[in-house]
Ligand binder design. Structure first.
Ligand code: FAD
Ligand code: NAP
Length: 338
């Protein structure tokens, strides 16, 4: 069986670059390795943190828990018909490597999720989304291990309870169900999602037309221009969720702030752009000690060097309070704190 490491440094294993040491750390290549660990009672009465690529996590300095890290690889075709292909991918695969594989093979649907950091295993957790597509649109099932009893379980897409940046794995089963494999259904013919921002214009003007490959290139290029590279400035992507409010409140805010971007949702509620609201409070580009609000996208908090968890949370509180004071809306953090 693989060994348990003690006092494992996690600083290079989280994209925010927060200094962090884990009491115990176990990485594994197969489901059986994890089941053996559970059956050996090594997890009994211990706090657990499931760590993927660490790109949606804020870690404390001392993690008094057993950290579990999947390195399960493998891509298997489980169904192939004239219109669609269903593929199972291991949770330890880098997300964007899988997107690249699908685009190379002309498997449609996933291209708008290009260049999102992290692993396959985390993709259902917050139902990752970008440019009008969510992982939950493509996922047909999720397989994993219940960490309490070592039993394997399969969730259908419906049972995953996908919502806006959420799922049952971010709520009920947080750190108690480890996702080992995810099944995706992709299309063999091209219906591209081009309604968001500059994707279509960039694919046409820079790459010569809207093909699956050019949409990926356009999204990679837009993201590289706007988002901080974690190798340069530690960050965890969007720090807050876009708030969802009633239509009544959105209309009142729109009278006060006519430029506030609002997006009507199918259920009648309205999504507000949190980044715009933070910018309107004057925080964009500001620094407080070792952390700051990114100068190109106010929804991203960055590590300017040597930040600790408390520095980040202090700035997040200040930003949240400013948005409450100006708009009367409370932002909810999208990142996970452990
Ligand atoms: P981690 O950060 O390691 O973990 C995230 C959560 O998932 C934790 O609660 C963890 O316990 C849990 N988890 C991880 N692996 C498993 C597993 N195998 N089983 C069960 N639980 C698990 N997100 C978007 O939605 N859209 C974006 O466009 C986007 N862009 C980003 C851009 C940048 C520059 C950065 C830094 C982040 C961005 N993110 C985005 C956030 C992040 O990349 C995603 O949430 C990603 O899915 C996290 O993957 P990870 O492997 O790093 O997970
Ligand atoms: P953007 O294009 O500047 O848009 C700002 C916000 O408005 C986004 O959050 C987006 O909501 C919303 N929006 C824009 N066009 C929309 C439309 N046509 N319909 C509905 N909502 C719309 O955003 P950005 O920062 O450059 O990011 C681009 C995409 O990448 C977004 O989808 C964003 O979610 C995703 N992204 C996510 C993270 C993360 O960590 N979660 C980090 C970087 C980028 P949505 O966020 O709901 O799409």
């Amino acid at each position: 069986m693989n060994s348990i490491f003690h006092n494992k440094q996690l600083t290079l294993l989280n994209t925010f670059g927060l200094e962090s040491v884990a009491k115990e750390f176990f990485e594994f290549d197969t489901e059986d390795d994890l089941i053996d660990l559970i059956k050996s009672n090594a997890l009994n009465n211990k706090k657990i943190l499931i760590l993927g690529g660490g790109s949606n996590l804020l870690l404390s300095e001392k993690i008094k828990a057993m950290v579990l890290h999947s390195k399960i690889k493998g891509i298997t075709v489980i169904n192939n018909d004239s219109d669609t292909i269903t593929i199972e991918a291991g949770s330890g695969i880098v997300w964007d490597d899988f997107v690249q594989y699908c685009v190379n093979n002309n498997y449609y649907g996933i291209e708008n999720l290009s260049l999102i950091p992290g692993t396959i295993g985390a993709s259902p957790v917050q139902n990752i989304g970008a440019y009008g597509v969510e992982a939950g649109d493509l996922i047909v099932g999720v397989t994993g291990i219940d960490l309490l009893n070592g039993e394997k379980r399969y969730f259908t897409s419906e049972e995953c309870c996908f919502g806006y940046r959420s799922s049952i794995f971010k709520t009920t089963y947080k750190n108690s169900f480890l996702i080992t494999k995810v099944q995706f259904r992709l299309r063999k013919r091209g219906i591209l999602t081009l309604g968001y921002g500059d994707v279509k214009a960039e694919a046409e003007s820079m790459y010569g037309g809207v093909t699956i490959e050019n949409v990926r290139k356009a999204i990679v290029s837009i993201r590289e221009k706007k988002l901080p590279n974690p190798d340069e400035f530690g960050n965890a992507g969007s720090f807050f969720k876009n708030p969802v409010v009633t239509n009544e409140l959105a209309q009142k805010l729109k009278i006060l702030y006519p430029e506030l971007p609002i997006y009507q949702l199918e259920n009648g509620n309205v999504k507000l752009a949190a980044g715009w609201m933070i910018e309107a409070t004057g925080w964009k580009g500001k620094t407080v000690g070792s952390v700051g609000v990114h100068e190109k996208q106010a929804l991203v908090i960055i590590n300017k060097g040597g930040a600790m968890l408390n520095d980040v949370l202090k700035l997040a509180d200040m930003v949240t309070q400013s948005v409450i004071d100006k708009f009367g809306v409370e932002l909810e953090m999208e990142v996970n704190v452990f």
